[in-house]
Design a protein around this ligand. Structure first.
Ligand code: ATP
Ligand code: MG
Length: 435
Protein backbone atom coordinates (compact mmCIF):
# COMPACT_ATOMS: atom_id res chain seq x y z
CA UNK A 1 0.00 0.00 0.00
CA UNK A 2 1.12 3.53 -0.71
CA UNK A 3 2.17 5.67 2.22
CA UNK A 4 -0.71 7.49 3.93
CA UNK A 5 -1.01 11.23 3.78
CA UNK A 6 -2.39 12.90 6.89
CA UNK A 7 -3.96 16.30 7.53
CA UNK A 8 -1.72 19.23 8.46
CA UNK A 9 -1.16 19.48 12.23
CA UNK A 10 -3.82 21.56 13.97
CA UNK A 11 -6.20 21.36 11.01
CA UNK A 12 -9.28 19.20 11.45
CA UNK A 13 -11.52 17.18 9.20
CA UNK A 14 -15.18 17.67 10.05
CA UNK A 15 -16.92 14.38 9.34
CA UNK A 16 -20.20 12.61 10.14
CA UNK A 17 -21.64 12.37 12.71
CA UNK A 18 -19.96 15.59 13.98
CA UNK A 19 -20.73 17.47 10.79
CA UNK A 20 -24.44 17.25 11.67
CA UNK A 21 -23.70 19.37 14.76
CA UNK A 22 -21.99 21.92 12.54
CA UNK A 23 -24.95 22.08 10.17
CA UNK A 24 -27.37 22.44 13.06
CA UNK A 25 -25.27 25.28 14.53
CA UNK A 26 -24.99 26.99 11.14
CA UNK A 27 -28.75 26.81 10.61
CA UNK A 28 -29.30 28.53 13.98
CA UNK A 29 -26.80 31.21 12.97
CA UNK A 30 -28.47 31.80 9.60
CA UNK A 31 -31.87 32.18 11.25
CA UNK A 32 -30.39 34.63 13.76
CA UNK A 33 -28.82 36.77 11.05
CA UNK A 34 -32.11 36.96 9.17
CA UNK A 35 -33.87 38.03 12.36
CA UNK A 36 -31.41 40.88 12.89
CA UNK A 37 -31.28 41.79 9.17
CA UNK A 38 -27.57 41.08 8.64
CA UNK A 39 -26.63 40.22 5.04
CA UNK A 40 -24.17 37.47 4.18
CA UNK A 41 -20.74 38.26 2.67
CA UNK A 42 -17.94 35.96 1.50
CA UNK A 43 -14.46 37.21 0.85
CA UNK A 44 -11.31 35.33 -0.27
CA UNK A 45 -9.34 33.15 2.13
CA UNK A 46 -6.08 34.54 0.74
CA UNK A 47 -5.31 38.25 1.00
CA UNK A 48 -2.22 40.42 0.44
CA UNK A 49 -0.03 40.15 3.57
CA UNK A 50 0.01 43.95 3.81
CA UNK A 51 -3.72 43.96 4.59
CA UNK A 52 -3.16 42.23 7.93
CA UNK A 53 0.12 43.95 8.78
CA UNK A 54 -1.52 47.32 8.27
CA UNK A 55 -4.95 46.33 9.56
CA UNK A 56 -4.14 44.41 12.75
CA UNK A 57 -0.90 46.19 13.66
CA UNK A 58 2.67 45.03 13.23
CA UNK A 59 3.22 44.39 16.93
CA UNK A 60 0.43 41.89 17.60
CA UNK A 61 0.69 38.17 18.32
CA UNK A 62 -1.14 37.38 15.11
CA UNK A 63 1.09 39.40 12.80
CA UNK A 64 4.33 38.70 14.65
CA UNK A 65 4.05 34.94 14.94
CA UNK A 66 0.77 33.38 13.88
CA UNK A 67 0.30 34.16 10.19
CA UNK A 68 0.57 31.64 7.38
CA UNK A 69 2.33 33.84 4.86
CA UNK A 70 3.91 32.78 1.59
CA UNK A 71 5.18 34.12 -1.67
CA UNK A 72 3.12 33.38 -4.78
CA UNK A 73 5.67 31.48 -6.87
CA UNK A 74 4.01 32.70 -10.08
CA UNK A 75 4.49 36.41 -9.54
CA UNK A 76 6.26 36.99 -6.21
CA UNK A 77 3.20 38.49 -4.47
CA UNK A 78 3.28 38.33 -0.68
CA UNK A 79 0.11 36.57 0.45
CA UNK A 80 -1.40 35.39 3.75
CA UNK A 81 -4.13 32.92 4.69
CA UNK A 82 -6.57 35.15 6.56
CA UNK A 83 -6.04 34.97 10.34
CA UNK A 84 -9.18 37.01 11.04
CA UNK A 85 -12.23 38.14 9.11
CA UNK A 86 -12.66 41.87 9.64
CA UNK A 87 -9.75 43.22 7.58
CA UNK A 88 -10.81 41.33 4.45
CA UNK A 89 -14.43 42.46 4.77
CA UNK A 90 -13.38 46.09 5.24
CA UNK A 91 -11.05 45.81 2.23
CA UNK A 92 -13.94 44.51 0.12
CA UNK A 93 -16.27 47.30 1.28
CA UNK A 94 -13.70 49.95 0.37
CA UNK A 95 -12.73 48.30 -2.93
CA UNK A 96 -16.32 48.02 -4.18
CA UNK A 97 -17.60 51.20 -2.53
CA UNK A 98 -20.35 49.08 -1.00
CA UNK A 99 -21.30 51.68 1.61
CA UNK A 100 -22.09 54.23 -1.11
CA UNK A 101 -25.79 54.00 -0.29
CA UNK A 102 -25.36 54.08 3.45
CA UNK A 103 -24.33 51.85 6.32
CA UNK A 104 -24.63 48.11 6.17
CA UNK A 105 -24.87 45.14 8.53
CA UNK A 106 -23.14 42.00 7.31
CA UNK A 107 -22.08 38.58 8.57
CA UNK A 108 -19.81 35.83 7.34
CA UNK A 109 -18.93 32.24 8.23
CA UNK A 110 -15.17 31.94 7.80
CA UNK A 111 -12.23 29.55 8.06
CA UNK A 112 -9.25 31.23 9.67
CA UNK A 113 -5.60 30.24 9.96
CA UNK A 114 -3.21 30.92 12.81
CA UNK A 115 0.06 29.17 13.55
CA UNK A 116 -0.60 28.49 17.24
CA UNK A 117 0.13 25.52 19.49
CA UNK A 118 -2.78 23.16 18.84
CA UNK A 119 -4.78 22.09 21.92
CA UNK A 120 -8.41 21.64 22.86
CA UNK A 121 -10.27 24.72 21.58
CA UNK A 122 -7.19 26.07 19.77
CA UNK A 123 -6.38 24.97 16.24
CA UNK A 124 -4.38 26.16 13.25
CA UNK A 125 -7.38 26.17 10.99
CA UNK A 126 -10.52 27.18 12.87
CA UNK A 127 -13.88 28.71 12.13
CA UNK A 128 -15.70 31.84 13.14
CA UNK A 129 -19.06 33.39 12.74
CA UNK A 130 -18.31 37.01 12.14
CA UNK A 131 -20.68 39.99 12.25
CA UNK A 132 -19.85 43.56 11.24
CA UNK A 133 -21.96 46.73 11.27
CA UNK A 134 -20.26 49.15 8.89
CA UNK A 135 -20.90 52.89 8.88
CA UNK A 136 -22.67 53.06 12.25
CA UNK A 137 -21.26 55.51 14.82
CA UNK A 138 -23.72 55.18 17.67
CA UNK A 139 -23.52 52.94 20.74
CA UNK A 140 -26.88 51.33 19.87
CA UNK A 141 -25.29 49.05 17.29
CA UNK A 142 -22.56 47.97 19.74
CA UNK A 143 -25.33 46.92 22.11
CA UNK A 144 -27.34 45.28 19.33
CA UNK A 145 -24.41 43.04 18.50
CA UNK A 146 -23.91 42.03 22.12
CA UNK A 147 -27.61 41.18 22.36
CA UNK A 148 -27.34 39.13 19.15
CA UNK A 149 -24.78 37.00 20.85
CA UNK A 150 -27.07 36.42 23.81
CA UNK A 151 -29.91 35.55 21.44
CA UNK A 152 -27.74 32.95 19.73
CA UNK A 153 -26.71 31.42 23.04
CA UNK A 154 -30.40 31.18 23.91
CA UNK A 155 -31.33 29.72 20.52
CA UNK A 156 -28.67 27.07 21.02
CA UNK A 157 -29.98 26.23 24.47
CA UNK A 158 -26.85 27.21 26.39
CA UNK A 159 -27.89 28.23 29.92
CA UNK A 160 -26.69 31.79 30.65
CA UNK A 161 -25.13 30.65 33.93
CA UNK A 162 -22.32 29.05 31.89
CA UNK A 163 -21.25 32.23 30.09
CA UNK A 164 -20.42 35.73 31.21
CA UNK A 165 -20.05 39.00 29.36
CA UNK A 166 -17.08 41.26 29.97
CA UNK A 167 -17.08 44.81 28.70
CA UNK A 168 -14.52 47.61 28.47
CA UNK A 169 -13.82 50.81 26.61
CA UNK A 170 -10.50 51.41 24.85
CA UNK A 171 -11.36 55.08 24.36
CA UNK A 172 -10.03 57.15 21.48
CA UNK A 173 -6.45 57.35 20.11
CA UNK A 174 -5.64 60.55 22.02
CA UNK A 175 -6.77 58.99 25.29
CA UNK A 176 -4.77 55.90 24.51
CA UNK A 177 -1.67 58.04 23.90
CA UNK A 178 -1.91 59.54 27.37
CA UNK A 179 -2.49 56.10 28.86
CA UNK A 180 0.37 54.71 26.82
CA UNK A 181 2.83 57.17 28.32
CA UNK A 182 1.67 56.15 31.80
CA UNK A 183 1.96 52.48 30.88
CA UNK A 184 5.52 52.86 29.60
CA UNK A 185 6.51 54.62 32.79
CA UNK A 186 4.93 51.82 34.85
CA UNK A 187 6.57 48.98 32.94
CA UNK A 188 9.94 50.79 32.87
CA UNK A 189 9.79 50.94 36.64
CA UNK A 190 9.34 47.15 36.64
CA UNK A 191 11.68 46.34 33.75
CA UNK A 192 13.35 43.57 35.80
CA UNK A 193 10.30 41.29 35.64
CA UNK A 194 9.43 41.79 31.95
CA UNK A 195 9.94 38.92 29.51
CA UNK A 196 11.48 39.28 26.04
CA UNK A 197 8.12 39.91 24.32
CA UNK A 198 7.19 42.58 26.82
CA UNK A 199 10.57 44.32 26.58
CA UNK A 200 10.30 44.42 22.82
CA UNK A 201 6.78 45.83 23.01
CA UNK A 202 7.51 48.32 25.77
CA UNK A 203 8.05 51.20 23.37
CA UNK A 204 6.38 49.94 20.22
CA UNK A 205 3.05 48.79 21.69
CA UNK A 206 2.89 48.68 25.51
CA UNK A 207 -0.86 48.03 25.49
CA UNK A 208 -0.07 44.60 24.05
CA UNK A 209 1.83 43.72 27.23
CA UNK A 210 -1.57 43.72 28.99
CA UNK A 211 -2.63 40.93 26.65
CA UNK A 212 0.26 38.65 27.74
CA UNK A 213 -0.46 35.06 28.66
CA UNK A 214 2.74 34.80 30.76
CA UNK A 215 1.73 34.12 34.40
CA UNK A 216 4.97 35.68 35.65
CA UNK A 217 3.75 39.03 34.34
CA UNK A 218 0.28 38.96 35.87
CA UNK A 219 1.16 40.95 38.97
CA UNK A 220 2.82 43.80 37.12
CA UNK A 221 0.04 43.81 34.55
CA UNK A 222 -2.58 44.01 37.25
CA UNK A 223 -0.86 46.95 38.89
CA UNK A 224 -0.63 48.87 35.60
CA UNK A 225 -2.54 52.13 35.21
CA UNK A 226 -5.94 51.57 33.66
CA UNK A 227 -7.13 53.22 30.49
CA UNK A 228 -10.52 53.85 32.10
CA UNK A 229 -8.91 56.65 34.13
CA UNK A 230 -7.84 58.42 30.93
CA UNK A 231 -11.19 58.36 29.14
CA UNK A 232 -12.83 61.70 28.31
CA UNK A 233 -16.49 62.59 28.55
CA UNK A 234 -17.51 61.42 25.07
CA UNK A 235 -15.90 58.01 25.48
CA UNK A 236 -17.51 57.50 28.87
CA UNK A 237 -20.88 58.59 27.45
CA UNK A 238 -20.55 56.00 24.66
CA UNK A 239 -19.80 53.27 27.18
CA UNK A 240 -22.67 54.34 29.40
CA UNK A 241 -25.09 54.31 26.47
CA UNK A 242 -24.11 50.72 25.68
CA UNK A 243 -24.56 49.83 29.35
CA UNK A 244 -28.00 51.46 29.44
CA UNK A 245 -29.21 49.18 26.63
CA UNK A 246 -27.78 46.07 28.26
CA UNK A 247 -29.31 47.04 31.60
CA UNK A 248 -32.71 47.62 30.01
CA UNK A 249 -32.43 44.26 28.23
CA UNK A 250 -31.65 42.54 31.52
CA UNK A 251 -28.23 41.36 30.39
CA UNK A 252 -25.68 41.21 33.19
CA UNK A 253 -22.02 42.05 32.46
CA UNK A 254 -18.81 42.86 34.23
CA UNK A 255 -16.71 45.89 33.41
CA UNK A 256 -13.19 44.53 32.98
CA UNK A 257 -10.81 47.47 32.71
CA UNK A 258 -8.02 45.08 31.72
CA UNK A 259 -9.84 43.66 28.74
CA UNK A 260 -7.80 44.41 25.62
CA UNK A 261 -8.22 42.56 22.36
CA UNK A 262 -5.69 40.90 20.10
CA UNK A 263 -5.80 43.47 17.29
CA UNK A 264 -4.76 47.12 17.36
CA UNK A 265 -7.74 48.40 15.39
CA UNK A 266 -10.19 48.58 18.29
CA UNK A 267 -11.43 51.74 20.00
CA UNK A 268 -14.25 52.51 22.45
CA UNK A 269 -16.39 49.40 23.09
CA UNK A 270 -14.67 46.01 23.41
CA UNK A 271 -16.26 42.89 24.83
CA UNK A 272 -15.81 39.17 25.28
CA UNK A 273 -18.15 36.30 26.07
CA UNK A 274 -16.35 33.84 28.31
CA UNK A 275 -17.18 30.42 29.70
CA UNK A 276 -15.42 28.62 32.53
CA UNK A 277 -16.30 25.28 30.92
CA UNK A 278 -13.35 25.26 28.49
CA UNK A 279 -10.31 26.00 30.64
CA UNK A 280 -7.90 28.54 29.22
CA UNK A 281 -9.69 28.50 25.86
CA UNK A 282 -12.72 30.04 27.52
CA UNK A 283 -13.38 33.02 25.26
CA UNK A 284 -16.09 31.96 22.84
CA UNK A 285 -16.79 35.34 21.27
CA UNK A 286 -14.95 38.65 21.14
CA UNK A 287 -15.46 41.95 19.43
CA UNK A 288 -15.68 45.69 19.56
CA UNK A 289 -15.63 48.96 17.71
CA UNK A 290 -13.00 49.79 15.09
CA UNK A 291 -13.71 53.32 13.90
CA UNK A 292 -10.20 53.86 12.49
CA UNK A 293 -9.77 50.74 10.37
CA UNK A 294 -11.35 52.00 7.14
CA UNK A 295 -8.96 54.97 7.03
CA UNK A 296 -6.01 52.79 7.92
CA UNK A 297 -6.82 50.62 4.91
CA UNK A 298 -7.18 53.56 2.53
CA UNK A 299 -10.92 54.16 2.82
CA UNK A 300 -12.98 57.14 3.93
CA UNK A 301 -13.50 57.54 7.68
CA UNK A 302 -16.19 54.99 8.53
CA UNK A 303 -17.20 53.96 12.04
CA UNK A 304 -17.81 50.24 12.51
CA UNK A 305 -18.26 47.50 15.08
CA UNK A 306 -18.14 43.71 14.95
CA UNK A 307 -17.53 40.41 16.69
CA UNK A 308 -16.10 37.00 15.93
CA UNK A 309 -17.35 33.79 17.52
CA UNK A 310 -15.23 30.64 17.62
CA UNK A 311 -17.35 27.84 16.17
CA UNK A 312 -15.21 24.97 17.54
CA UNK A 313 -15.33 26.48 21.03
CA UNK A 314 -19.10 26.96 20.81
CA UNK A 315 -19.52 23.31 19.81
CA UNK A 316 -17.25 22.23 22.67
CA UNK A 317 -19.32 24.36 25.03
CA UNK A 318 -22.55 22.79 23.75
CA UNK A 319 -21.04 19.39 24.43
CA UNK A 320 -19.82 20.44 27.88
CA UNK A 321 -23.27 21.62 28.94
CA UNK A 322 -24.95 18.57 27.43
CA UNK A 323 -26.89 20.20 24.61
CA UNK A 324 -27.35 17.63 21.88
CA UNK A 325 -28.55 18.71 18.44
CA UNK A 326 -31.50 16.73 17.07
CA UNK A 327 -30.61 13.49 15.29
CA UNK A 328 -30.53 13.82 11.53
CA UNK A 329 -31.77 10.51 10.14
CA UNK A 330 -33.63 9.85 6.91
CA UNK A 331 -37.40 9.54 7.17
CA UNK A 332 -37.47 6.30 5.24
CA UNK A 333 -35.11 3.57 4.06
CA UNK A 334 -35.98 2.02 0.69
CA UNK A 335 -35.55 -1.76 0.73
CA UNK A 336 -34.91 -3.11 -2.78
CA UNK A 337 -35.53 -6.89 -2.86
CA UNK A 338 -34.11 -7.47 -6.34
CA UNK A 339 -31.96 -5.73 -8.92
CA UNK A 340 -34.79 -6.05 -11.44
CA UNK A 341 -37.03 -3.56 -9.61
CA UNK A 342 -34.23 -1.09 -8.98
CA UNK A 343 -35.07 1.35 -11.85
CA UNK A 344 -38.73 1.51 -10.73
CA UNK A 345 -37.67 1.99 -7.10
CA UNK A 346 -35.31 4.82 -8.00
CA UNK A 347 -38.09 6.60 -9.87
CA UNK A 348 -40.41 6.16 -6.88
CA UNK A 349 -37.72 7.48 -4.50
CA UNK A 350 -37.33 10.58 -6.67
CA UNK A 351 -41.10 11.18 -6.38
CA UNK A 352 -40.96 10.64 -2.59
CA UNK A 353 -38.13 13.15 -2.26
CA UNK A 354 -40.07 15.63 -4.39
CA UNK A 355 -42.94 15.14 -1.93
CA UNK A 356 -40.61 16.23 0.90
CA UNK A 357 -39.34 12.95 2.33
CA UNK A 358 -35.70 12.28 3.16
CA UNK A 359 -35.03 8.94 1.53
CA UNK A 360 -32.01 6.66 1.89
CA UNK A 361 -32.10 4.07 -0.86
CA UNK A 362 -30.49 0.68 -0.40
CA UNK A 363 -27.55 0.49 -2.78
CA UNK A 364 -26.20 -2.62 -4.43
CA UNK A 365 -22.77 -4.07 -3.77
CA UNK A 366 -20.50 -6.01 -6.11
CA UNK A 367 -22.57 -9.17 -5.53
CA UNK A 368 -26.04 -7.72 -5.92
CA UNK A 369 -28.69 -6.15 -3.64
CA UNK A 370 -27.99 -8.37 -0.62
CA UNK A 371 -30.46 -10.42 1.48
CA UNK A 372 -33.61 -8.91 2.98
CA UNK A 373 -32.12 -9.59 6.41
CA UNK A 374 -29.04 -7.52 5.70
CA UNK A 375 -31.15 -4.77 4.14
CA UNK A 376 -33.35 -4.53 7.23
CA UNK A 377 -30.22 -4.35 9.37
CA UNK A 378 -29.04 -1.40 7.29
CA UNK A 379 -32.51 0.17 7.48
CA UNK A 380 -32.34 -0.05 11.28
CA UNK A 381 -28.83 1.36 11.40
CA UNK A 382 -29.81 4.32 9.22
CA UNK A 383 -32.06 5.65 11.97
CA UNK A 384 -35.00 5.85 9.53
CA UNK A 385 -38.46 5.66 11.09
CA UNK A 386 -39.94 3.59 8.29
CA UNK A 387 -38.78 0.99 5.79
CA UNK A 388 -40.40 1.09 2.35
CA UNK A 389 -40.35 -2.40 0.89
CA UNK A 390 -40.57 -2.48 -2.89
CA UNK A 391 -41.54 -6.14 -3.39
CA UNK A 392 -42.18 -7.30 -6.93
CA UNK A 393 -45.81 -8.35 -6.29
CA UNK A 394 -46.67 -5.03 -4.63
CA UNK A 395 -44.94 -3.05 -7.36
CA UNK A 396 -46.94 -4.94 -10.00
CA UNK A 397 -50.06 -3.60 -8.23
CA UNK A 398 -48.53 -0.09 -8.09
CA UNK A 399 -48.06 -0.27 -4.33
CA UNK A 400 -45.31 -0.26 -1.71
CA UNK A 401 -45.24 -1.70 1.82
CA UNK A 402 -44.60 0.78 4.66
CA UNK A 403 -43.14 -0.85 7.77
CA UNK A 404 -42.67 1.14 11.01
CA UNK A 405 -39.15 0.54 12.36
CA UNK A 406 -39.18 2.12 15.79
CA UNK A 407 -42.66 1.87 17.14
CA UNK A 408 -43.76 4.73 14.89
CA UNK A 409 -47.42 4.72 14.00
CA UNK A 410 -48.81 4.91 10.48
CA UNK A 411 -52.45 5.85 9.95
CA UNK A 412 -53.25 2.18 10.37
CA UNK A 413 -51.43 1.91 13.67
CA UNK A 414 -48.14 0.10 14.16
CA UNK A 415 -48.69 -2.51 11.50
CA UNK A 416 -47.25 -2.66 8.04
CA UNK A 417 -49.50 -0.99 5.44
CA UNK A 418 -49.66 -0.94 1.64
CA UNK A 419 -49.68 2.46 -0.02
CA UNK A 420 -50.39 3.51 -3.64
CA UNK A 421 -47.43 4.80 -5.65
CA UNK A 422 -49.63 6.84 -7.97
CA UNK A 423 -50.89 8.94 -5.06
CA UNK A 424 -47.78 9.57 -2.97
CA UNK A 425 -49.06 12.93 -1.70
CA UNK A 426 -51.88 11.20 0.18
CA UNK A 427 -49.56 9.32 2.54
CA UNK A 428 -45.88 10.28 2.16
CA UNK A 429 -46.07 13.60 4.09
CA UNK A 430 -47.36 11.59 7.08
CA UNK A 431 -44.00 9.75 7.26
CA UNK A 432 -42.03 12.97 7.63
CA UNK A 433 -40.30 13.52 10.94
CA UNK A 434 -40.62 16.95 12.53
CA UNK A 435 -37.73 19.10 11.27
P1 ATP B 1 -7.40 33.74 22.40
O1 ATP B 1 -7.12 34.80 23.40
O2 ATP B 1 -8.12 32.55 22.95
O3 ATP B 1 -6.19 33.39 21.58
P2 ATP B 1 -8.16 35.68 20.46
O4 ATP B 1 -8.32 36.94 21.23
O5 ATP B 1 -6.91 35.46 19.72
O6 ATP B 1 -8.45 34.41 21.38
P3 ATP B 1 -10.01 36.54 18.45
O7 ATP B 1 -9.00 36.88 17.45
O8 ATP B 1 -10.70 37.62 19.15
O9 ATP B 1 -9.41 35.51 19.50
O10 ATP B 1 -11.10 35.57 17.78
C1 ATP B 1 -12.44 35.48 18.24
C2 ATP B 1 -12.75 34.08 18.71
O11 ATP B 1 -12.25 33.08 17.82
C3 ATP B 1 -12.13 33.70 20.03
O12 ATP B 1 -12.88 34.23 21.07
C4 ATP B 1 -12.18 32.20 19.98
O13 ATP B 1 -13.47 31.73 20.31
C5 ATP B 1 -11.90 31.91 18.54
N1 ATP B 1 -10.49 31.55 18.31
C6 ATP B 1 -9.42 32.37 18.26
N2 ATP B 1 -8.29 31.69 17.98
C7 ATP B 1 -8.66 30.39 17.84
C8 ATP B 1 -7.96 29.18 17.53
N3 ATP B 1 -6.65 29.18 17.28
N4 ATP B 1 -8.66 28.03 17.47
C9 ATP B 1 -9.99 28.00 17.70
N5 ATP B 1 -10.71 29.12 17.99
C10 ATP B 1 -10.06 30.30 18.07
MG1 MG C 1 -5.15 34.33 20.09
Amino acid sequence: MAEKITAVKGMNDILPPDSARWEWFEAKVRALMARYAYANVRTPIVEPTALFVRGLGEVTDIVEKEMYSFVDSMNGDKLTLRPEATAGIVRAMIEHNVLYNGPMRVWSAVSLFRHERPQKGRYRQFHQIDVEALGFAGPDVDAEQILMCRALLRDLGIPMEHVRLELNSLGQPSERMAHRAALIAHFEAHADVLDEDAKRRLHSNPLRILDTKNPALQAVVEAAPQLMGFLGEASLAHLNAVRAVLDAAGLAYRINPRLVRGMDYYNLTVFEWITDKLGSQGTVCGGGRYDGLFEQLGGKPTPAVGWGMGVERMLLLLEAVGVLPPESSPDVYAVVPSAEVMPTVMAACEALRAAGLNVQMHASSADGMGSMKSQFKKADGSGARFALIFGETELAEGRVAVKPLRGEKTDAGQVQTLQPLDDIDSWAPGLRAAR
